[in-house]
Write a protein that binds this ligand. Structure first.
Ligand SMILES: C[S@@+](CC[C@H](N)C(=O)[O-])C[C@H]1O[C@@H](n2cnc3c(N)ncnc32)[C@H](O)[C@@H]1O
Length: 465
């Protein structure tokens, strides 16, 4: 993942910086380039020149399994040392966003020719979709969170210069109107619950509400939707939510007008990022499609015949994040009904860090913080969620096609569960063949207080022919 958590302490103005990759000395290559091994027909990775990592995110990458696949996966893991904030990728933070270079290398190594179809059933902020478009793949992205789909759609827009110029005019008009509201102290009521309102200082709440009213008055639907994502990109920084992935109260000192200034800056940034994307796209690129679905019900959602040539995805890491909670501020402002996400989110920390049985012995304070022994049923629930996901992938992959999954070790209370071993054990149950894995330590991750090291893995599974 590319580290989209804002870990900054409270400041006068919200920081635009994402946490940068941690460079560790002592990098070792993940294994020698396989000599004289023939790529398997059609589905095996290309053995292109291996990229030299400039630095390393979390220490050495080690790999195992089929040599050609292991090599390709290790190359992709190592590419994470490259710049993550390119094209439209860094426009909007997203917890556990996939590193774009990782996606790029996987798409290159598993290239099957023009127009092949890649599926990302946990598409989040659309990293795979953007990279697929640039690399000439067709792409279907799916997620349970409507916010993810709205964001992804904006990030893959191919806006040429005249459209970008027109959008800039609209953006500036909205910002000017918002500024006039602030100066004129225009009354406006935020359509939020009292609980949600309590996340903001009164003057910030008014400025955000006024800004959103101006956005909603924009006539062009695409512009309006893009402006809503600009709003979404800044709103958490103006709340008392301490970071993207924490929900504790953090008082901010924010002067009037700052919301609008940030909105304008973010909007201009989006325009520049669209320009970079437009430059990078081949003349004939395929616009990705997106659909809202629980990944485990995707075959039903797609009703029938859909098959893909590659799955590239990063499902939630067990017991690590709470997407419904992390995005709650955004859902509330944008009127997004997150019921399906709250009910169907897999891997959610709120679910897997606590025992389900009524006899759960955790004390109240521990329960609230999630620092509890999760119990056997958490492991069983997580296994079931992963297994259901793998069964779905089996249904959606063409025969002989490969699924590449980026997953971090789960943290179930105090117990760390190695994701590569879990996938390897469950794959045959879902009639998938384990091919290879590449793994890298993540020393900066939370370990439930027991210091068990957690790692991130890129795992390749194949649906047999
Ligand atoms: C690790 S993030 C994906 C990040 C993405 N690769 C990116 O680069 O932005 C996992 C995603 O899974 C989604 N999700 C959680 N449970 C899901 C489910 N049952 N079905 C589909 N999506 C789900 C979350 O909404 C979140 O967007």
């Amino acid at each position: 993942m590319s580290g989209d958590e804002d870990t900054r302490a409270d400041t006068e103005a919200p920081s635009e910086q994402e946490r940068s990759a941690k460079n560790e000395p002592g990098h070792e290559p993940a294994g020698k380039k396989p000599e004289g091994k023939k790529p398997k027909k059609g589905k095996a990775p290309r053995r292109g020149a291996r990229r030299e990592a400039l630095s390393n995110l979390g220490g050495p990458v080690d790999s195992r399994g089929d040599r050609a696949f292991a090599f390709a996966l290790a190359s992709a893991m190592e590419a994470q040392a490259e710049e993550a904030d390119v094209l439209t990728h860094g426009f909007h933070t997203y917890p556990a966003r996939m590193h774009p270079a990782l996606a790029r290398v996987v798409l290159r190594e598993f290239d099957l020719g023009p127009g092949s179809e890649v599926l990302d059933p946990f598409c989040g902020g659309g990293t795979v979709a953007v990279e697929a478009m640039v690399a000439g793949w067709r792409c279907l992205g799916s997620d349970l969170d409507p916010l993810a789909l709205r964001l992804s759609r904006v990030k893959v827009e191919r806006r040429r210069e005249p459209q970008r110029a027109r959008f800039t005019e609209v953006l500036e008009a909205v910002a000017a109107a918002s500024e006039r509201r602030v100066r004129g102290r225009v009354e406006v009521r935020a359509a939020l619950s009292p609980e949600e309102r309590s996340w903001y200082d009164v003057h910030v709440l008014k400025e955000l509400a006024g800004l959103l009213e101006e956005i909603r008055a924009v006539r062009d639907k695409r512009d309006r939707q893009a402006l809503e994502m600009v709003f979404s990109a800044i709103v958490v920084k103006f709340s008392r939510q301490r970071s993207e992935t924490a929900d504790r109260d953090a008082p901010r000192r924010l002067r009037k007008g700052l919301v609008t200034e940030f909105f304008l800056r973010k909007g201009r940034e989006l325009v520049e990022r669209w320009a970079a994307l437009s430059e990078a796209l081949p003349e004939r690129s395929h616009e990705p499609r997106f659909v809202q679905s629980d990944a485990r019900r995707l075959p039903t959602t797609l009703s029938g015949e859909y098959r893909c040539d590659l799955v590239l995805t990063s499902p939630p890491y067990g017991g690590t994040y709470d997407y419904a909670r992390h995005h709650a501020r955004r859902h509330a402002w944008l009127g997004i009904n997150a019921k399906h996400l709250r009910e169907g989110e897999i891997g959610a920390r709120r679910d897997l860090s606590q025992p389900h049985s009524k006899s759960g012995s955790a004390r109240r304070g521990e329960r609230r913080s999630g620092r509890v022994e999760a119990g056997k049923d958490a492991q069983a629930r997580w296994d079931q969620q992963v297994l259901d996901t793998l069964r779905t992938l089996h249904e959606l992959l063409s025969p002989d096609a490969v699924a590449v999954l980026l997953m971090g070790d789960a943290q179930l209370g105090r117990v760390a569960v190695p994701a590569d071993r879990q996938l390897e054990a469950l794959a045959p149950v879902a009639e998938l063949e384990f091919l290879a894995a590449a793994s890298q330590p993540r020393p900066e991750w939370w370990t439930g207080g027991h210091g068990q090291e957690r790692r991130e893995h890129l795992v390749a599974l194949r649906r047999p022919a």
